[in-house]
Design a protein around this ligand. Structure first.
Ligand code: CP
Length: 308
C-alpha cells in the first residue's frame, strides 16, 4: 500500500520520480490549448475523499482540481460533519471509507489520527497536514526550487522563526533530497530534535543559529511561515510575536543571502509580520509558484499512491 504519510517515510527514489513527473505534467498542461483536458486521465473511475478537520484554501482546491484534471471525482468532507473520532473510531471510519473510495486525503490535528487511518484503510492515505508535518507542501517547494534554480541537492535552505510542522517536513526533505538546512529562531521554537537528528543521519548539514543575519549568510533559499499556526493557542499570540519579531524576513535580512536566493512562504501569510510585502512581492519571491505547484506535486503523489 503506497500511503503518502511523510517525506522521510517515503523512498527517496520514489520522491524523485514524483517531482520529475510533476514537472513533466505541469509542462504538458502548459503546452496544450487552454481549457483542453489532460492527455492522460489516470484517475478516471477513481473517487477521492478529501477530509478536512482544519481550514484550508490551497490544499482543498489543489487536491480537488488535481483529481478532476486527471479524470477522477472528489468528495470533500468536513471532519465536524463526520463521526470521525467521536461517534466512531478512526479505524472503523477508515474501513468504511475504503468500501466507497479509492484514495483518502486527510488534514487533521493529531498525527495519530492520520496513522490510524492509514493502518486500517484498505486504500492509500495522504497526509494533507497534521500538527506535526506537512509533506505535500514541501514536495511542492522542492519542485518550485528546482524549476527556478535546478537541483536542490547541496543547497543551503534557511528556515526562519517557528520550527513548526512545515519546518519538520523541510527537515525530512533535507535528508531525502540531500540539501542542508539552517534554522534560525528562539530556542523555544526549535524544530523537533528527532527530525534534526534524522536529517543529520542522512548526511544533511543542519545548523541552529540564533542570529538571523548570520544564519542567512550564503543562503540559496530563505523560508518564512506564520508565527501562530492553526494549532497554537491564540492567547499566546502576543508573546510569540514579541519573541519572533527579530526573525522577520525583510529586505535587510535577505541582503545577507546570496543575490539570487529565493524566498518561500507556504501561505497563508500575515504580511508585515513574518515577512514584509517588499520581500513577498519582490523579484526573488516564488510564493505563488509554490501555491500553484501544490497542484502539480499532488497529482504526482496521487498517481504514485494509486500506481497509475
Ligand atoms: N499552505 C497550505 O497548506 O495552505 P492551506 O492551509 O490554505 O491549505
Amino acid at each position: 500500500m503506497n500511503h503518502f504519510l511523510d517525506i522521510h517515510k517515503t523512498d527517496a527514489g520514489a520522491l524523485r520520480t514524483m517531482i520529475d513527473q510533476a514537472a513533466a505534467m505541469k509542462q504538458a498542461r502548459r503546452d496544450r490549448p487552454k481549457g483542453a483536458p489532460d492527455d492522460t486521465q489516470p484517475l478516471a473511475g477513481h473517487m477521492v475523499a478529501l477530509i478536512f478537520e482544519k481550514p484550508s484554501t490551497r490544499t482543498r482546491v489543489s487536491f480537488d482540481v488535481g483529481v478532476r484534471q486527471m479524470g477522477g471525482q472528489t468528495m470533500v468532507l468536513s471532519g465536524s460533519d463526520m463521526q470521525l473520532g467521536h461517534g466512531e473510531t478512526i479505524a472503523d471510519t477508515a474501513r468504511v471509507l475504503s468500501r466507497y473510495v479509492d484514495l483518502i486525503m486527510i488534514r487533521t490535528f493529531d498525527e495519530a489520527v492520520l496513522t490510524e487511518m492509514a493502518e486500517y484503510a484498505d486504500v492509500p492515505v495522504i497526509n494533507g497536514l497534521t500538527d506535526r508535518t506537512h509533506p505535500c507542501q514541501i514536495m511542492a517547494d522542492v519542485l518550485t526550487y528546482e524549476e527556478h534554480r535546478g537541483p536542490i541537492a547541496g543547497k543551503k535552505v534557511v528556515w526562519t522563526g517557528d520550527g513548526n510542522n512545515v519546518c519538520s517536513s523541510f527537515l525530512h526533505a533535507a535528508g531525502q533530497f540531500g540539501f542542508d538546512m539552517t534554522f534560525t529562531g528562539p530556542a523555544q521554537f526549535d524544530p523537533e530534535e528527532e527530525f534534526v537528528g534524522l536529517a543529520r543521519s542522512k548526511g544533511s548539514r543542519v545548523v541552529i543559529e540564533r542570529d538571523a543575519a548570520r544564519a542567512v549568510e550564503g543562503a540559496d533559499l530563505v523560508v518564512a511561515d506564520t508565527w501562530v499556526s492553526m494549532h497554537d493557542a491564540q492567547s499566546a499570540k502576543e508573546r510569540r510575536h514579541n519573541m519572533l519579531r527579530p526573525y522577520q524576513v525583510n529586505a535587510e535580512l535577505m541582503a545577507h543571502a546570496k543575490p539570487d536566493a529565493l524566498f518561500m512562504h507556504c501561505l497563508p501569510a500575515h504580511r508585515e509580520e513574518e515577512a514584509t510585502s517588499e520581500v513577498m512581492d519582490g523579484p526573488n519571491s516564488v510564493i505563488f509558484d509554490e501555491a500553484e505547484n501544490r497542484l502539480h506535486a499532488q497529482k504526482a503523489i496521487m498517481r504514485w499512491c494509486l500506481g497509475v
